[in-house]
Design a protein around this ligand. Structure first.
Ligand code: PXP
Length: 249
């Protein structure tokens, strides 16, 4: 059990692009943010190319593939268009997420169990191309086992419900969600899946999740980009890294 393995921090730069797109210009530049994140100790960069291109653009993905020295975790919906783009770039990792146009953010995990056959065929060429395939799912045994059956190497557990309950001060729900994340991290690890986690994590919520020995990577974006208004991106990431290392240590 790699309980003392360093937990990787993936920095999601989508919301640098959200701010850029609010004015339709060239700044702030997500590539510059990605390079700064690398310098500040990010172990990877995560970017979600949404169907509606509301934040990251195709050109951003081209640029990230060119300039990054750390791995790119390319988040996308399981559509034919996105598969084609991923196969052209062959990023280190592809993370499949559910996508609804009307949602403000990725609200839930992918229902792998309901779409098992299609997803098994969908991920096969991505795996053959050398991408690590990760599936963003709720901490639900049925979904984890389905992800394992279709041949995913990684699952990312959705921490949104835990973080929302914390923000609302609903301690009972927060603790129940956290317990579910803990149990499902252990279950997925026992099946041989690599376990990642993310969504909505902040300085206040990161440590209990970082303390799960099976979790190998956290992907964090919105809070860090917001905090960088006050601290600067480098220091905001450094503080997150410190909290993660403290929880792990
Ligand atoms: N992981 C996945 C799979 C996501 O979809 C997102 C949000 O795009 C994140 C992590 C990061 O979430 P947040 O921006 O809330 O930190």
């Amino acid at each position: 059990m790699p309980s003392d393995a360093k937990l990787r921090l993936g920095v999601n730069i989508d919301h640098v692009a959200t701010v850029r797109n609010a004015r339709g210009g060239a700044y702030p530049d997500p590539l510059r943010a990605a390079k700064l994140a690398e310098e500040a100790g990010a172990d990877g960069i995560t970017a979600h190319l949404r169907e509606d291109r509301r934040h990251i653009s195709d050109a951003d993905i081209d640029g990230l593939m060119e300039v990054l020295t750390v791995p790119l975790n390319f988040e996308m919906a399981a559509t034919a268009e996105m598969q084609k783009i991923a196969l052209r770039h062959k990023p280190h990792a592809v993370c499949l997420v559910p996508e609804k146009r009307e949602e403000r953010t990725t609200e839930g995990g992918l229902d792998v169990a309901r779409d098992e056959n299609r997803l098994a065929h969908y991920i096969a060429p991505l795996r053959e191309a050398g991408c690590r395939v990760s599936i963003f799912i709720a901490a639900d045994k049925r979904q984890i086992e389905a992800a394992h059956r279709i041949g995913a190497e990684v699952i990312e557990l959705h921490t949104g419900a835990y973080c929302d309950a914390h923000a609302e001060g609903d301690i009972a729900t927060r603790d129940r969600e956290l317990e579910g994340l803990r149990e499902m991290s252990a279950h997925a690890h026992a099946l041989g899946l690599e376990v990642h986690a993310g969504h909505g994590l902040t300085y206040d919520t990161v440590q209990p999740v970082a303390g799960f020995p099976e979790v190998m990577e956290l992907n964090i974006g919105h809070f860090l980009i917001g905090e960088s208004i006050f601290l600067g991106l480098g220091p905001a990431i450094t503080e997150m890294r410190r909290l993660i290392d403290e929880a792990r240590g």
